[in-house]
Write a protein that binds this ligand. Structure first.
Ligand SMILES: [Zn+2]
Length: 407
């Protein structure tokens, strides 16, 4: 195995988690008798460029479902997309009929916003069925994983792009270098590449272990990313952590020598990452002991709740919930059900542990005493959506960044 960014084979294991099934492998009631296999969940640190990635990679084709990303239905996700699209359009200041390409375009909703604003649009989407949804909305979409050969075809048919967007797909490619090469091939000299990737800064600073699933191969920080971009003819000009779920690194790059200026945000985030010690293996040992402490604190609290016959449930059946349940020992003996706002998982059971998932409204109907908020980044919004639950004496408990009642 080698580093996905620089190719070096010297990789140091830094964080070993409890093995889990694929985080999105929710099961129907009829499949409850089948035992689901667990796979190692471990991070390694590249000794050369200090990139952090998964040590064990499952077949990426098996990881891509045919369901449209459930997140795209969330109002806050749509608002996030809309704000991002507006920001990108303002920054590009591009003439009508400029080409924008969305890699990992999902159902095409982001491209629709650009099309309505007079851009020519092109999507790329790995799931054939989901690509079909985008095509059905009138968005020209290539089904398949983005790579230089697809870039060459698009460039040939539609010309160079003013803007290339990769909202999330970089976390699902096992060849970031080839990905960047394809992006560089597609961009005009004054073009921009806007991307979001899982943030290693967020993982370490917030103990955000739920970011780690088999579908997320890479956990990015600025220094290794800059090096990989440079090697493929691209240069990072802006870098921030996004507010949606707080766990993404949003970057903007240009072809080397392009007209856009390098902004102060790049140096600021680099300095922040240095302070956190992201390049140091000891940082991850500290993170592991922090996770062990959180697991113990939760166990003490929930054991005492169970002893006093309080009924315990959880909220949030997003992919990262599987990681949290396994790392913190929250099984069906502790958690009686998980409420979730998305209709995608209601009526199904969590991967491996087989905890039932129910609609969010069940919280008021079933009235558990304590609810562990697995979607902890959205805890405030969740509590605001269920005032009756708290008014009736129910308590929301946030497991991260430290176990505490939701404020
Ligand atoms: Zn490397």
């Amino acid at each position: 195995m080698c580093c996905g960014l620089c190719g070096d084979t010297h990789l140091t294991p830094v964080l070993e988690l409890v093995p889990t099934p694929p985080a999105n492998a929710f099961v129907a009631e009829r499949a409850l008798g089948e035992v689901q296999a667990c796979f190692p969940l471990e991070l390694v640190l590249c000794e050369s460029c200090r990139h952090v990635q998964l040590a064990h990679i499952l077949d990426r084709y098996a990881m891509v479902g045919d369901a449209v990303d459930a997140d795209s239905d969330w109002p806050e996700h749509q608002a996030h997309n809309l704000a991002w699209a507006r920001e990108l359009m303002e920054r590009c200041c591009a003439p009508e009929q400029s080409l924008v390409i969305d890699i990992g375009c999902n159902d095409g909703s982001l491209m629709k916003l650009f099309e309505d604003a007079g851009w020519r649009v092109q999507g790329v989407e790995p799931s054939v069925n989901v690509a079909g949804t985008a095509i059905g909305r009138g968005i020209d979409t290539y089904p398949g994983f983005f790579q230089p050969s697809i870039a060459a075809r698009i460039e040939d048919e539609r010309g160079p792009a003013r803007l290339v967007i990769a909202h999330d797909l970089m976390s699902q490619t096992d060849d970031p270098s080839g990905f960047f090469e394809g992006v560089r091939m597609l961009l005009r000299p004054d073009g921009l590449f806007s991307f979001e990737v899982p943030s290693l800064h967020a993982l370490v600073a917030d103990a955000g272990v739920d970011m780690i699933t088999h579908a997320t191969l890479d956990y990015h920080s600025v220094a290794p990313l800059m090096r990989a971009l440079n090697q493929n003819g691209l240069e990072l000009i802006a870098a921030t952590r996004t507010r949606l779920h707080g766990s993404r690194l949003r970057g903007m790059a240009r072809p080397m020598g392009g007209p856009a200026l390098v902004e102060a945000s790049v140096a600021a985030l680099l300095a922040d990452e240095r302070r956190l010690g992201l390049a140091d293996p000891d940082t991850y040992r500290t993170l592991a002991s922090r996770l062990a402490t959180i697991r113990n604190q939760l166990a003490v609290y929930l054991d005492s709740a169970k002893t006093t016959r309080l009924r315990i449930a959880a909220y949030g059946a997003q992919a990262g919930a599987t990681t949290l349940l396994y790392q913190f020992g929250l099984d069906a003996d502790v958690i009686t059900f998980i409420a979730d706002a998305s209709p995608l998982h209601a009526g199904r059971y969590t991967p491996g542990l087989h905890i039932p998932v129910v609609a969010a409204a069940e919280l008021e109907a079933r009235r558990p005493d304590v609810v562990v908020v697995l979607a902890w980044q959205d805890a405030q919004a969740i509590a605001a959506q269920h005032p009756d639950f708290e008014a009736a004496g129910g308590r929301f408990l946030c497991p991260l960044p430290v176990p505490a009642p939701c404020a």
